[in-house]
Structures are given as C-alpha cells and as structure tokens.
Design a protein around this ligand. Sequence first.
Ligand SMILES: Cc1cc2nc3c(=O)[nH]c(=O)nc-3n(C[C@H](O)[C@H](O)[C@H](O)COP(=O)(O)OP(=O)(O)OC[C@H]3O[C@@H](n4cnc5c(N)ncnc54)[C@H](O)[C@@H]3O)c2cc1C
Ligand code: SF4
Length: 474
Amino acid sequence: MSSNERRTPRDATSLAPGQMDASGLCIGCGACMAQSDAGAMRLDCYGQFKPTTSRNPRGFAQLCPFSPDAWNEDDIARERFASVRHRDPYIGRYEAAYVGYVRERSFRINGSSGGMASWTAAALLEENLVDGVAHVVPRCEDSKPLFHYRISRTAEDIRAGAKSRYYPVELSGVIDEMRRRPGRYAVVGIPCFIKALHLLCRQDPLLRERLAFTLGLFCGHMKSARFVESIAWQLGERIEAVADIDFRLKDTRRPANWYTAHLVLKDGSTRSRDWWHLADGDWGAGFFQNAACNFCDDVVAETADISFGDAWVEPYASDGRGTNVVVVRSPQLRRLVDRARNEGRLELQEVDSAFVVRTQAAGFRQRREGLAFRLSLPRPGVTPKKRVAPQRTGYARRVAIYWLRSLVSAQSHRVFRLAKILNWPAVYIRWASTMLALYQGVTYSRGWIGKLVCRIWPETAGSGKPSSDDEPGA
Ligand SMILES: Cc1cc2nc3c(=O)[nH]c(=O)nc-3n(C[C@H](O)[C@H](O)[C@H](O)COP(=O)(O)OP(=O)(O)OC[C@H]3O[C@@H](n4cnc5c(N)ncnc54)[C@H](O)[C@@H]3O)c2cc1C
Ligand code: SF4
C-alpha cells in the first residue's frame, strides 16, 4: 500500500478533538478524554459518543486513531510484532490464522460467532495471564446507554458478556480504572479502539506496563445508538421500553448470516425480527454508520495480539452454530491456542491469509477501492492520511454504490433525528425503505430499479459489477 502524502497545512500541536469531530473523523473512542484533565465523553444528538472539552488533551495529535499525525497500523504492528512469521497487505503481520470454533463448554452457542473471543478472554484469566479483561456488556441499571465497557475479573463475568454489540461504547472509564488499580489487563475492541490504546501506551508507560493483551474484533463499521431505537420503532416499541437487545439471536437451524434482532422489554416480553425485514437491516447500506468509518483501512484489527471475525464463506456461513476466523499475532497467544487445539478444546484448522481475506471480501472492497474513491473527493477540514492512495475507480456502478453508501450513512442520522423531534417514526422508516430499495437496486440489481440500472450500466462479471457478497458482514 502506498502512503497518502496529502496533508492539511497546519501545526500538529494545534489539532483538537473538536476539529476531528467537525471533519467527520471522530469515532468516539474516548482515548483523548482518558488523557485530558477536563471534559468527558457524551452521547451527541445523533446517538454517537463525542469528547467534550475546551482544552487540548496532552499529545492529542499522536494518540487519536484518525489523526493524520499519529502512527498508522503498519508502524504500530512493526514495533509490536517485529519477528512474526507472515506479512500480508490486507491482514498485516501475523503468526498464524485459523478457521473454527470452541468445543468446550457453551462458548460457541453463547457467542456471536464461534465463541473464540470470549474463550480467549476467559483463558487469559484462568491461566492467570491477566487480572481483568475490559469488554462490552449490557448495562444493568435502568439508564441509557444500553451497553458499556466494563472490566471483568472472573471467567463467569466474561461468559456473561459474550455477543457482538453494534452500539456506541467508549474506553475512557476502563482506561481510568486500569490506571487506578494495579494489575495486568486485556482489552477487547474494534480495530480503531485497539489502535487508540496502543497509541496511548506510547505516551503512558504505566498503561503500557499494565496492558498485557489486546483482543481485536474484525469490523465492518460502528453504528450509532439510533440503530436499536429504529429496530424498536419497527417492532412497534419505544426505546424507553427496551431493557436489552441481542443483535444476532442464534438459531442453529438457520444459516449464521441470517441475523435476527431480539429485543427484551422491561415488562419481560420479547420482540424479534430478521434483519432483512428491517428497513435498515442491510449492513452494506451503512445505516447509522459513524462518519469516521469512511476513512478506516483496518478490517481485521492489525495491531491486536489476536483478532476474531466471522467466517463469511461457505460452508461456514450456512452453519448456524457460528464459525470464527482467527488471526494470531502474539507468539504467546499462539502457544495458548495451539495447546487447546491439541487437547481437543478448540476445533481450529490453520488457513492462509487469502482465506481470511475472502471471508471479509466486501469489507476489504469498501476499505480499499471504496476508501481510495472517498479519498479522491474534495472535503473540508482535516485531511485523513491513510495507507491507501486516493483514486477514482473506473466503474460507474461501483462509484454509485460507494456514493449511495456514504449518502445513506450520513443522512440516516439526520432523518432519524427529524423523525424523533416530530415524534413520527414513519418519516424515518419510509425514507429508509426508499433508500434501501435504491441501494439494493444498484448493488444487487434488485426490483425495477435493478432492471433500470442494468440497462444503464450493463457491466459483465469482473468489470466492476457488484458481486452478491457486496454486503460487508457484521
Ligand atoms: C461493531 C462491530 C462490527 C463488526 N464487524 C464485523 C465484520 O465486518 N466482519 C466480521 O467478520 N466480524 C465483525 N465483527 C466481529 C463479530 O461480530 C464477532 O464479534 C467476532 O466474530 C467474535 O465472535 P465470537 O463468537 O468469537 O465472540 P463472543 O464470544 O460473542 O465475544 C464477543 C466479545 O466482544 C465483546 N464486544 C462485543 N461488542 C463489542 C464492541 N462493540 N466493542 C468491544 N467489544 C465488544 C464482548 O463483550 C465479548 O467479550 C464486528 C463486531 C463489532 C462489535
Ligand atoms: S477518535 Fe477518539 S481520540 Fe480521536 S477525537 Fe474522537 S474520541 Fe478523541
């Protein structure tokens, strides 16, 4: 990958969180607030975490994961994994990669995928390699938001926190706890959060000493808190009535990629709906996507000691029990995993990087070709510096897909807000249904829009026509 050398002329020391937010480059990780004496992370009017501070946090330009002045994923991985066995332009440096699932106990059935993320976190505690694991769990108190980062100190608490949360969370609270309470810690997080932690460790020797392992989750994009509210609306409920949500209720009789959203209401009743019957349930369309995800080039958490995703290729995608792809970068974790494989506790087969990339084909298109296209467009504010060079793609239909995705992700926040202010859910739901039909017509040639699009752009396979897997998986 080449480096994008374009820079906004400015003094790096003057870069501030507010500038990153105004430039659509704040993911809401909370790393800057962990480094600041004033301010806190707050949910904004669109249901996304943002830093509130009038002061510039120490070393901000070098710690914000989207800052053009910070180390990139290659720099961090080069320092952390200097002597690993493999390097790949898509999945970075790694020791070994696997496909499979956890055999022992109920990790697989309780996990979103094959249960490997919770198994690894629990194994680190049980083997006394860490004293606590920061991960994302439901909030027990009757207050918003629904999920938050917590440090679990027992394997039972780790197991209780299994499952993927497509919901905004932030790290400042758990970073604070890691600093206050001595011990060794592991943190589970999406790629930009893990990157932010390693950037923070470069400035903070205490944190560097205490952060023993990072466990990454592959990532399609981060959603705002409005996604759950929209699901509740579409199931005839208000968010105030919702106690909990399982974004991916497991049904072993159905393919793993047929997602079902399952709400538990405060009165104890439940409501469910398959994602494809939701107006905004097509992951690839980008509803409620954080703007910063448009400028991410790390799908597989390249800076984490180990990372986990879903095996979105057959025969695994059809197996409703769930199957992980796992990329191991730390030799110590490789030994831990291999020992459990040999003891029959994990069912994992070694795979090559091409296999891992195939499982995330749509995510990589969006974060390589799509990113190159987005970088080629003029935009105000801070210019992101990525490992992908700006480039206009040659195929009009692919450009249309990338453009539509950006439009849906930006407008969904605003239209939902308007519907909320008007107290009129249909305003959003009708808009979302229309945008979905347009997106699916252009992307999958679906419906009358699809027929029209095929007449305008009659591309053949391999010439830029979108493939059936053009939906970055969650
Ligand atoms: C926002 C998001 C986007 C994702 N996009 C993709 C994708 O495009 N492709 C893909 O293959 N996989 C993606 N994943 C990862 C996938 O959903 C599974 O989390 C992963 O396969 C691990 O499954 P598991 O069964 O091993 O984990 P589990 O055993 O279910 O454990 C999951 C662990 O992750 C923690 N966790 C849950 N949500 C979050 C969060 N938001 N931030 C930090 N920690 C969290 C839980 O507390 C738990 O410890 C995404 C995950 C998230 C949160
Ligand atoms: S991305 Fe993280 S570090 Fe950067 S401004 Fe936002 S909250 Fe702060």
